[in-house]
Design a protein around this ligand. Structure first.
Ligand code: APR
Ligand code: ZN
Ligand code: ZN
Length: 369
């Protein structure tokens, strides 16, 4: 079928919405009509070339929609008419990572990344002239329709709007999941989040749910810090105006925080997180950096102060467990995800949506086909 999709041909050029070909779902795959897609910073990394993937590709990895067709030999878990949120990490269910409860590291992730295909390594997308066109992270939801593996879809309960489902399956699960699955014993103890974008604000919401206190947020934009307070941050620091490390130490009786979540992906803010961490504390690196980015760790902060630095991808989650919990908490009024949302724009405004993200737009932008 013909679909309209935002195609990225080379880094540094804006994405262009054009008509492309989408093949039918194969065994274990589904066709989904996209209702909403989130404007996530990760796509921007591919637009600039900070992260690389086989090109040309269709952008978008934070999406939700309605199942319109199911491929042959379906498992029955997903049916036509189901509302689904899309996952950008597949899970085969049988590799060591999947079996040991760490599906974010499923072997199929490597296949998907290396081939620019679906988990079987092939693409359902092609250019109108028959030329190759790749998926991004097995999703490519800046389009009116997608074909994805059925293991890349979680059913969304009634009452959860598509735009909430979309952001839940990337920004929210990444931030909330980092707190649920990596941080432990947070209640009544300080927690720092650096970067109050979609991911960082979600980490703040997760921290508020666990009872961490004080919750300290650092950003360079006062509007983001206002939102951070809405979501439960009790101390906010604009690091353009204030010595952030000194402010964090002052808010923690000079000790620093046992948990610091970095949700930007920059060496300077990772170092800031480490400097703000108490002896025995842990930095959780959540933000993706440009390929080959390094950050320097003073050896004796690790050894003499027994600090740890750990990475967390996709909230270190099992989305089939964590996403239904996120939806249930949203429906119960315990996760105010609606307040994360910002501008709604048509898919044709994709380039402008990213200009706004980089320009400091407040709240998660949503594209609708
Ligand atoms: N110090 C403090 N805050 C900063 C700094 C800095 N030096 N630079 C940027 N920020 C803030 C921005 O003001 C913004 O609020 O970091 C936030 C980043 O938010 P978004 O651009 O909305 O990014 P988001 O989608 O939340 O993703 C964050 O996680 O998954 C990854 O690829 C993603 O690396 C990205 C990160
Ligand atoms: Zn994302
Ligand atoms: Zn697996």
């Amino acid at each position: 079928m013909k679909v309209r999709a935002a195609v990225l041909r080379s880094p540094g050029t804006p994405p262009v919405v054009e008509e492309v070909e989408l093949a039918e779902p194969r065994v274990g795959e589904i066709l989904v009509r996209i209702e909403a897609a989130g404007v996530c910073h990760s796509d921007y990394h591919y637009m600039t070339g900070d992260l690389t993937a086989p090109l040309p590709l269709v952008l978008g990895h934070e999406g939700a929609g309605v199942v319109e067709a199911v491929g042959p030999q379906a498992s029955g878990r997903i049916s036509v008419g189901d509302r689904v949120a899309l996952l950008w990490r597949p899970r085969c269910g049988s590799c060591e990572a999947c079996l040991s409860g760490n599906p974010v590291l499923c072997e199929l992730g490597k296949v998907q990344a290396a081939t620019g295909g679906l988990p079987d390594g092939t693409s359902r997308l092609s250019l109108p002239d028959g030329g190759a066109l790749h998926h991004l992270m097995g999703v490519s939801c800046f389009a009116d329709h997608v074909v994805v593996n059925e293991n890349a879809a979680v059913v969304v309960p009634d009452g959860v709007p598509a735009e909430i489902a979309a952001i839940s399956a990337c920004a929210v699960i990444t931030g909330v999941g980092a707190v649920w699955n990596v941080v432990s014993h947070a209640a009544g103890r300080p927690l720092l989040v650096i970067g109050a974008g979609g991911v960082g604000l979600s980490a703040i919401m997760g921290a508020a749910l666990t009872g961490a206190h004080p919750i300290i947020a650092i950003d360079i934009d006062d509007h983001k810090l206002e939102l951070a307070r809405d979501f439960g941050a009790t101390v906010t620091v604009n690091s353009r105006q204030t010595d952030a490390t000194a402010a964090v130490l002052a808010a923690t009786d000079g000790r620093g925080v046992p948990w610091a979540i970095e949700a930007i992906g920059r060496p300077a803010t990772l170092r800031q997180a480490l400097d703000c961490t108490a002896a025995g504390g842990t930095v959780v690196a959540v933000g993706l950096g440009a390929v080959d980015t390094e950050f320097a760790v003073p050896l004796n902060q690790l050894v003499q102060r027994q600090k740890r630095v750990v990475g967390s991808l996709y909230g270190s989650s099992n989305p089939f467990i964590d996403l239904p919990r996120i939806f249930a908490l949203y429906l119960a009024g315990r996760l105010p995800l609606g307040r994360l949302l910002g501008d709604r724009m048509p898919l044709t405004s994709v380039a402008e949506a990213y200009d706004r993200l980089v320009g400091g737009a407040v709240g998660r932008g949503i594209l609708t086909p």
